[in-house]
Structures are given as C-alpha cells and as structure tokens.
Design a protein around this ligand. Sequence first.
Ligand code: FMN
Ligand code: FE2
Ligand code: FE2
Length: 394
Amino acid sequence: MKPREIKPGIYSVGAIDWDRRLFDALIPLPDGTSYNSYLIKGSEKTALIDTVDPTMQDVLINHLNQLRIESIDYVIANHAEHDHSGAIPHVLGKYPSAKVVATPRAKGMLIDLLMIPEERFITVNDKETISLGGRTLEFIHAPWVHWPETMLTYLREDKILFPCDFFGSHLATTDLYVSDEGQVYEAAKRYYAEIMMPFRTTIQKNLEKVSDYTIDIIAPSHGPMYDKPEFILKAYHSWVFDEPKNIVVLPYISMHGSTLKMVKYLVEALAEKGVTVKQFDLAVTDIGKLAMALVDAATVVIGTPTVLIGPHPNVAYATILANALKPNLKFVSIIGSYGWGGKVVEQLAAMIPNLKVEILEPVLSKGFPKEADFKALNKLATTIAEKHKEHNFT
Ligand SMILES: Cc1cc2nc3c(=O)[nH]c(=O)nc-3n(C[C@H](O)[C@H](O)[C@H](O)COP(=O)(O)O)c2cc1C
Ligand SMILES: [Fe+2]
Ligand SMILES: [Fe+2]
C-alpha cells in the first residue's frame, strides 16, 4: 500500500500485517492486524502520530520517503507498547531533530523499553497543546487503555481523534475507513475483550472524557478509521456500561465423554428455560471467541474432568485468563466428572479472586453421569434461570 491522504497534509503511513496470527504471544488474530501511523503537516511543523511494530519499520520509512518527508519535528508516542513505539528509535535515527512527545509516565517507559535517550523527549500534561502552524495537537491523558502511560491525541482544527489502541480493531484491510460494520464490530469487540475489558471502569471515565470533544474521525492505531465515530463510541458504551445479559458461557474439556454428556444436558436444560448458552470446547476453541462471549455473559459454568487432583490444564488456563480479563460476571458454577476424588472445585475457586461472583452449587459426577447427576444439573439450570430473572438480565 502507498501512503494515503486523509485530508490535505494528513496521511496514513502505517503498515498492514495481513499474516500475523498471534499477538502478545497469546491473542489469536484470525484477520491479521495493522499498525497505523499518521503524518500531520502544519504550516510550520510536522508530526508523526505513533509508529509501527519494529518488524514493519521499513514500510513506515518507505512511506515517509514516498511523501518526501525531509524533517519531522514531533513523534507523538500515545502508547509505549512496541507495536506502536518499536520503530521510534529508527525514526529518530533518520530524523535527528525530531523530539518524542509523550506523557511523563510514557517517557520513563520508553527509556526503559527502547533505550531512547532522555534528551529526545518533550513531556506533555493533560490537555496541553502543541501548534504545528494552523493545526493544533491536544494531548488527552487517558491512563490504563491499556497501560498506565497512555494518552490520546486530538487534532483540533480537523476534529480527528488519534486514540492509539482505544477503539482499535485487529483487522487487516485495504479499506481506509470502516466499510463492513459487522466485520469491524466483531474485530473491535475481540480487541476490547482481550485488551481493554480488564480496565472497564477506567475506560468508563475515559469514554466520558472523550465525549467532551467534537469528533469527525477516529483514527485508531489498529484497524480501519471511523468516519462515523458514533458506531464505535456506541459499541464501547454498551460494552463498558451495560448490565450483563441472560447468557451462560460454558467452557469445558472432556477426555472420554463424561463431562461432555453433562455439558450437553445442561445446555439443553438452560435453553429450555430461555437462557442463551455459548459452549466452548477448550481443546479446540479460539480463546478470543471465549473472551468475546465473556463481555456479555452473566454466568460462567466451567466443565472439567478431574485430572491429577485438579481441573484439566486447559480449563485452568481458561479460568486464569477469565480471572485476568475481569468480565462483569455475576455467577459461576462448576460441573464435571471424576474417577476417585480430587480438589477441582477448591482449585478453580482459588483461581478467580478478581471475579466478584456468587458460586452456585457445583455438580460433580463419579464416572459417567447418572440419574442423580442429571437431576442436579436440572436444579443448576433452574437456579441460573431464576437468578438471571431476579436481576432482570435480558
Ligand atoms: C491423565 C488423567 C488423570 C486423572 N486424574 C484423576 C484424579 O486425580 N482424580 C480423579 O478423581 N480422577 C482422575 N482421572 C479420571 C477422570 O477424572 C475420569 O475418568 C472422568 O470421568 C473423565 O471425564 P471425561 O470423560 O469428561 O474426560 C484422571 C484421568 C486421566 C486421563
Ligand atoms: Fe497496546
Ligand atoms: Fe496496539
């Protein structure tokens, strides 16, 4: 892709990573991603907003060469994570008079992470501005989206918000702007679930802060830009403020079919009572799909056989991840099969200290589930349906 003009003197100069399939060595990227970087020219100064992942720094430099950019005055570092900051040292080498503009916290982190010399920095306070000549950059401190040092940059005259990871989507596309809202909604929700959900309450505050600004375009640093910002603002608003829905998420493992039999039975029983269930076989599931389901769920039922006293390791992994993502869950239960004895319930309960949930009576079956186990599963389904009704989860 060539650099693309957004408005006269404003260009998209980042890189599209079509083939990346894993982020942070953890998060599946079924649709690739992009590292967006934006060049803004004023009548006097030129700024570059965020850079790209270091693996693609040549793409950025090539774009700057194509635009014949001979000097950059400011490299705005909204976020210190490498997918946006990793090419800063290279850019600073090519443009020796450029200064890095960052929050005081980001400055320290960029020195730690990338060994950028201290004298290359300008730090900015919340709401501080820098003029490029006819164009003004305002820096909005927005800590914890999703690191402690983050800020957003607002280009006043053009009403463009550059929020870096906030509102982003892991999506490789040639479209400069959102064209398929359904596809971008999925990609942005996956992004929110995996990256932003643990900081839901600070994101609520940052969303309120953003609502003070008139925004024509949101230009994030992953995925396409939003020329109808209300689409993504509305989506974020519902993800962080809405009550959970009448949904049970049921991640499970079964080695020999006993836990699976219980899972299938419970799913039927819940569905009959009008509860939506999302079932995930952790042996094969995309963990991002599970994270997305947790955004809306009121209840999680974990299904696991007993393996070497505790839960199956895949179940332990998913449980630790769910605890770290801090979804807005209200109830948790555990079902599964064992052969002779163990500590599945105690071990799983100890893995979810972050979740402010009521634990509903677990159902553990000795071997293949039998009549009494199915009765207990029915009772669990009834309890869940009643609890959801009491809370008006719809
Ligand atoms: C590798 C392995 C380790 C196991 N460890 C235990 C254990 O520590 N305690 C126990 O009660 N059962 C243990 N079991 C037995 C299973 O929990 C039991 O067979 C259960 O019914 C399997 O459920 P599933 O059919 O859903 O896989 C183990 C089974 C396997 C294969
Ligand atoms: Fe990030
Ligand atoms: Fe990022």
